[in-house]
Design a protein around this ligand. Structure first.
Ligand SMILES: Cc1cc2nc3c(=O)[nH]c(=O)nc-3n(C[C@H](O)[C@H](O)[C@H](O)COP(=O)(O)OP(=O)(O)OC[C@H]3O[C@@H](n4cnc5c(N)ncnc54)[C@H](O)[C@@H]3O)c2cc1C
Length: 398
């Protein structure tokens, strides 16, 4: 039996502490006054904690092979979550606790920590993790704790108000680990178009496609939110990791919005609508299709008078109109800050980590887990799932 310190009482650290406590004395420390502050915010307070299609293609990472091996443990970890008492409500592929409350997940995890007599130290801000001849010294401003092994679960830079401010990256660098550039992800994309004030607050069902240097990268469909600085919502979040990394590499990033995803051929659809409603102006034809504020933007962008009739438009005007609706292009010039991001893309390279144990290859007895690693998933429970799986592996093998 050894003495293990787990730094960070988020999703990954709690699971690591629980598993490690089966064989060892465990101390779990956090700078906050409670465990799982970020868990409470997840899934809009409902905690989308798992997904039935967990696989590498749902993630971005610098080492697909290692991530794939880590994810191979998903069934065992899911069984463990059930064993802890989290009863799922499955919506499509997304798993939520049946109670529909993130609080319930946090409480289940915390109660288990208490039942296992795991010592939890709150208001403990780690400043350094020092390697000693016979283990480690975890240092804070107040005191130091000596231990045999350390699991670092301090999170990324996303949403620092929950406690994660990126110190894990600095510690990793001090131990000579590779840290890939860390950028916000699962966050809104910004543009500097003149119509932003007009469309701010509108929600629309769309298909959004990401283009980098005019090359198609990926497409998402669903509701997007039009904001006073760009676009947001789950579909946009799912484009954000690629978009933000491309922007940081000085590439040209565009998003094409199809505001008429309900038809494969909007020209034909609109032509038919205009012949069915023969007296209707363009404005009237668009009225129940798109928000009226959007219509004014569409007409302005393609240079068509909303009072005109479809049949009076030239072929090129009709094409321009259809293109504006189905390939509304915005040039992405920025993105939301770490304060708004749900996760970070980039981080501690998996190259330096043993994928079977989460131990640092060149520093035995030191482990990194969760979001601080260079693994970020799309929306749908993939990020919590990775936090749980990596935490479980470290706790089990420690
Ligand atoms: C608004 C929001 C919604 C989200 N929704 C979902 C969702 O529905 N599904 C999903 O899968 N993912 C979601 N995520 C992402 C998911 O919450 C995270 O990926 C996951 O919680 C990361 O867990 P972690 O243990 O790696 O890090 P964290 O949860 O960030 O935990 C890190 C812990 O370390 C502590 N710490 C940091 N530095 C120190 C220090 N120096 N000393 C002591 N303690 C320290 C922090 O206080 C914190 O408690 C969401 C994120 C946000 C912000």
């Amino acid at each position: 039996m050894g003495k293990i310190v787990v730094i960070g009482a988020g999703a990954s650290g709690i699971i690591a502490a629980l598993k490690a406590s089966e064989k060892h004395e465990v101390i779990l420390i956090d700078k906050n006054d409670c465990c799982g502050k970020k868990i409470l915010l997840t899934g809009n307070g409902k905690c989308n904690y798992w997904n039935s299609s967990i696989s590498v293609d749902k993630y971005h990472t610098d080492n697909v092979t290692k991530l794939s091996h880590i994810l191979d443990n998903k069934d065992e970890v899911y069984d463990y979550l059930c064993y802890l008492g989290i009863y799922p409500q499955v919506k499509g592929d997304y798993y939520y606790p049946y109670a529909n409350s993130a609080y319930s997940v946090r409480e289940i995890l915390v109660n288990e920590l208490l039942k296992r007599n795991i010592e939890i130290k709150y208001h403990y801000t780690v400043t350094k993790v020092e390697k000693m001849a016979d283990g480690f010294k975890v240092v804070s401003e107040k005191e130091s704790i000596s231990c045999d092994k350390v699991i670092i679960a301090m999170g990324s830079k996303a949403m620092p108000k929950t406690g994660s401010d990126g110190l894990a990256y600095q510690i990793a660098k001090e131990y000579g680990l590779k840290v890939n550039p860390v950028l916000p992800s699962l966050v809104g994309l910004q543009t500097s178009e003149s119509f932003l004030k007009v469309w701010s607050g509108i929600r629309a069902n769309t298909e959004v496609s990401l283009l980098v240097d005019n090359k198609f990268i990926k497409k998402e469909s669903g509701e997007i939110q039009l904001t006073d600085n760009g676009i947001s919502g789950i579909c946009v979040f799912n484009l954000s990791s690629e978009a933000i990394r491309a922007l940081n590499n000085h590439r040209e990033v565009k998003v094409l919005i199809n505001f008429a995803p309900f038809t494969d051929n909007f020209y034909q659809f609109f032509d038919q609508r205009a012949s069915d409603l023969v007296d209707f102006s363009m404005n009237e034809l668009c009225e129940s299709l798109f928000n009226y504020k959007l219509n004014s933007i569409f007409f302005k962008k393609c240079g068509i008078n909303g009072n005109a009739h479809w049949k009076s438009l030239t072929d090129s005007e009709k094409k321009r109109f259809v293109q504006t609706i189905t390939q509304f292009t915005i040039v992405v010039s920025g993105y939301g800050s770490f304060d708004k991001a749900q996760v970070c893309t980039g981080g501690i390279s998996l190259e330096d980590i043993d994928e079977k144990t989460m131990e640092v290859l060149k520093v035995p007895s030191l482990y990194f887990i969760g979001e601080e690693l260079d693994v970020d998933g799309i929306c749908g429970g993939f990020n919590l799932a990775f936090a749980f799986i990596s935490g479980y592996l470290a706790g089990k093998s420690v």
